[in-house]
Design a protein. Sequence first.
Length: 113
Amino acid sequence: AQIVESGGALVQPGGSLRLSCVGSSPEFEIYTWGWYRQAPGKQREMVAKITPSEFITYTNPTEDRFTISRDNAHNTVYLQISNLKPEDTAIYYCNRPVTPIAWGQGTQVTVSS
C-alpha cells in the first residue's frame, strides 16, 4: 500500500489550493480517510476525515475553510482549502485514521506574501 500526496504550493494569503491524495491500498472505498498537517516545530494533527459513506468530521478549527471529499473510482481523497492563512503553512498528509498504513512524503503548503 502506498500514499502519494500532491497539490501543495507557495501561495499568498487569501488564496486557495486543492490537495490530492492517491491511496493505492486495496479496497480503498471501505476505509475512512483523513487529512493531517504538520507545521514547523509542531506535532502532526488531523484536520478532517471522511468515512466510506461520506460522513465528514473536521477535527481542527478550520473556520469552514477546509473541505474534504473523496473519489473512490480514482482512489483519491481531496482537501480544498480556501482563504489560506500563514498559519496554514505545513506539510499535509493523508492516511487511514483507524488502520493507518505507511505515511507518504506529504505535500508542502506555504502561505506567505
